[in-house]
Design a binder for this molecule. Structure first.
Ligand code: ADP
Ligand code: MG
Length: 472
């Protein structure tokens, strides 16, 4: 299979390689931020082939959800950018929670690939999200100081200058920078930019001999909000320019607010003089939210949904307890979890129960797939279909045994990372082609038999549930 980049048939289609970020942006505006954040953001572009594109998502559940609800619209949007694309395929690339967190670096750096295709201006990146305000920023002991310091900036410009805000991923740094932007842009010229974007503009301006404009633009602002400054690590020329911009702004009394993932003295490969400038104003950190704040954030999100949809949106106490005790790593994950539950409730017109929540949030929770064993799957499937394990593992082909056997094989394939030959071995040394056949059969039947889908979902829940309970 050839990539379209080298494929002559597709050359007529002006752009050379597929720019997924354009599709993402359009999905965001067409399908809404809530759906985008909860589901579509999880989609990664893998490769373009002749006539179709291959995308990846972290779990099957997300793939099924997306394909059953949004695929038509995604395809439609994709076609606007490349009309030859007639279908979309998904592949599951499961990531552990840790890996996903570590991905943040490389993901953000990859953005460069797409940049040259976007007709950009400085202004295009100076976007302030109207939904991230001080008003909807929930405070607790871990973020109160940061909240108060940022709020203070908005009543007296140059109170703390610079203000340096740091904390882990998904803790609310960008939210606070954004909130400052909303408040101050009423009377000031505000520039809100990620360090990465600043870097990109810088390089681009050098290439196009436009440095004068670049300098003018950045030095002309009253408030510079610069997000994720750690990205200038190791970029010497860029740091030089940044240092001068920084000084020029301070000299003329402009306010600077910086966010980063770590304290100034912990920044790597950033000039000492810059680090010392960062420490020269006020440095505050945002820590991980404690249980109380996590609950408050969930409650807050629920009331936000209620007022938005002017309807009832309920999450049971049990589920709030579960979410607030399981999703501890970041506020972003927590907000994402509530968004997904809201999507579920809207679509099915009911609140999910705990086991449904576990399935919906599988990739966010640490219900690792490796904890699901073949033995548990076989046991539960046998119990469900009221057959014995010996019967399931036998070579008998009676109808009442074949379907349960295929179901168990299918569930093993989707809930564990076992290879086909490994699965074959666990099912009385069956050949891997038999395993493929079973998986395909169930997949086909699922399309025609809603009750099979329901049974499989029930079993899936039981299996995930079983493990969790056993663990406690
Ligand atoms: P960071 O920039 O630290 O990685 P963000 O500011 O992007 O994190 O926050 C991630 C998500 O969590 C956003 O949707 C943001 O609105 C939300 N969020 C973070 N902190 C809070 C908070 N204290 N109250 C309400 N929402 C929050
Ligand atoms: Mg951020």
């Amino acid at each position: 299979m050839k990539n379209s980049y080298t494929n002559n048939n597709l050359k007529s289609d002006n752009d050379l390689s597929f720019n997924w970020s354009l599709v993402q942006n359009e999905m965001k505006s067409k399908l809404g931020l809530e759906i985008y954040e909860s589901w579509l953001k999880k989609i990664n572009f893998v490769e373009e082939f002749k006539g179709y594109i291959l995308l990846s998502v972290p779990t099957r559940f997300i793939r099924d959800w997306i394909t059953s609800r949004y695929l038509d619209q995604i395809l439609q949007i994709t076609k606007n950018y490349k009309k030859d694309i007639i279908r979309i395929e998904f592949k599951i690339i499961e990531k552990t929670f840790k890996e996903e967190k570590n991905m943040n670096y490389s993901k953000s750096l990859d953005v460069h690939e797409n940049v040259s295709f976007i007709k950009d201006s400085y202004l295009q990146y100076n976007r302030i999200d109207p939904n991230k305000t001080f008003k909807n920023f929930v405070t607790g002991s871990s973020n109160k100081l940061a909240y108060e310091a940022t709020l203070k900036i908005t009543d007296t410009v140059s109170h703390y200058n610079p203000l340096y805000l740091y904390g882990g991923v998904g803790m609310g740094k960008t939210h606070l920078l954004n909130a400052i932007g909303i408040e101050l842009k009423k009377d000031n010229k505000v520039m809100f930019i990620s360090a990465e974007r600043f870097m990109y503009q810088f390089v681009k301006s050098i290439k196009s001999n436009d440095m004068v404009k670049f300098k003018e633009y950045f030095r002309n602002t009253d408030v510079l909000l610069i997000d994720d400054i750690q990205f200038i690590s190791g970029k010497e020329a860029m740091q030089e320019e940044f240092f001068h911009t920084f000084n020029a702004l301070l000299d003329k009394g402009s306010q600077i607010v910086i966010s980063a993932d770590r304290a100034p003295n912990k920044l790597l490969r950033i000039q000492e003089r810059i680090k010392s400038r960062f420490s020269g104003g006020l440095v505050v950190d945002i820590q991980k939210p404690d249980l109380e704040l996590r609950k408050k954030i969930i409650d807050n999100k629920i009331s936000e949904f209620c007022s938005l949809s002017s309807g009832e949106f309920k999450i049971s106490k049990e589920i709030i307890e579960f979410l607030s005790s399981e999703i501890t790593a970041s506020i972003r994950e927590l907000v994402g979890a509530v968004n997904r539950i809201a999507s579920f409730s809207r679509i099915y017109n009911k609140s999910p129960n705990l086991s449904e929540v576990k399935v919906i949030l599988k990739d966010l929770l640490n219900l690792g797939e490796n904890k699901v064993t073949i033995d548990v799957i076989q046991t539960l499937v046998c119990k469900f279909f009221k057959i014995s394990k010996n019967e399931m593992l036998s070579s008998r082909r009676s109808r009442y045994l074949v379907r349960p056997r295929q179901t168990a094989i299918y569930l093993t394939k989707i809930l564990t990372s076992k290879s086909l030959p490994e699965i074959g071995r666990e099912f009385s040394n069956r050949d891997h082609t038999t395993i493929i056949h079973s998986v395909k059969t169930i997949e086909k039947l699922k399309e025609k038999q809603p009750e099979l889908v329901e049974n499989i979902n029930k079993l899936k829940n039981q299996i995930l549930y079983y493990n969790k309970d056993n663990e406690i």
